[in-house]
Design a protein around this ligand. Sequence first.
Ligand code: FEO
Length: 385
Amino acid sequence: MEITNSIKYVGVNDHDVDLFEGQYIVPNGMAYNSYVILDEKVAVMDTVDINFKDEWLANIADVLGDRKPDYLIVQHMEPDHSANIKNFLEVYPDATVVGNVKTFTMMDQFFQLDPAVKRLVVKNNETLELGNHVLTFVFAPMVHWPEVMVTYDSTDKVLFSADGFGKFGALDVDEDWDCEARRYYIGIVGKYGAQVQKLLKVAATLDIQIICPLHGPILTEDLGHYIEKYDIWSSYRPENEGVMIAYTSVYGNTKKAVERLAEQLKANGCPKVVVSDLARDDMAECVEDAFRYDRLVLATTTYNGDIFPFMKTFIDHLTERSYQNRTIAFVENGTWAATANRIMAKMFEKSKNITVAETSVTIKSALNEESCAAIDQLAKELCGK
Ligand code: FEO
């Protein structure tokens, strides 16, 4: 695949991965992107997952013909991109590895590289001339590891954005960008909004025509759309108006309450209602939806003096990703000691700018007149009525 006359795609598609980064289901696989820049000097941008060593090296050889790479630029040391550094150097021992101080610390931890390997240690904003192409390295710590840097090619106006603007899904599957990019971003980079904001401010000063991420498609058109999404996600602003109801239910009574609430929300004109069963639905998709909408209802049972485990995990996912700027409401079910609402509220104590709905719902075992009335009241409150 040709990105520009002198930038070629040499990445791979992975349809065998069971859980990306050990936890994310990827129904449409995963792409590990890598690029070659052909100039007076030749640079390879990042490697790929360890299982694709041969395919990746063959892709590089195809593009190079009888040339040899001068540089291997390492933007990110997470093994989905760095696993083949040593394998690359076995084939191309004369190539210089380019990274920053932190990159090389990690590289030595992972590979104990031969001291004879040629290293070019770059500083933030340092440039590397390949001939016609001039690359500028912009450090982007915690997007999403501390050593991450992105690379701007001012000649072809390409931003090599590391994990930024990446998504789940292999490149040979056509699917909506927003959905799987959002699930990827919130899950993997969501905690580091401030760092992404910083990077977006730098990006705004550059003339960018093409974005080449390490996962997902190369972005060549309507870049404003993707940048706007990143701005919304990284500033923790809700993306859409709507209510997400996340619940757990042991015998179906909490589920009945949630179904009633969903109906009442729709009856009161709520533009969008999303209902997720935390025990059965993809947790990363649930987390994504909680960040997507401006209102969230959490419904669960008291369990072992605490709350039901899937709900506990879900709230941990939210708070550790700096969940903020939303309205939340609580629904609890307990047969003899209904304390879930108090426990859930406490879990958000340190979260910024959270408005807790005045109405909370307590169910004693099963819905009755009183709890139904509370649900109807909550629906009205969440719809501003
Ligand atoms: Fe795609 Fe942070 O690795």
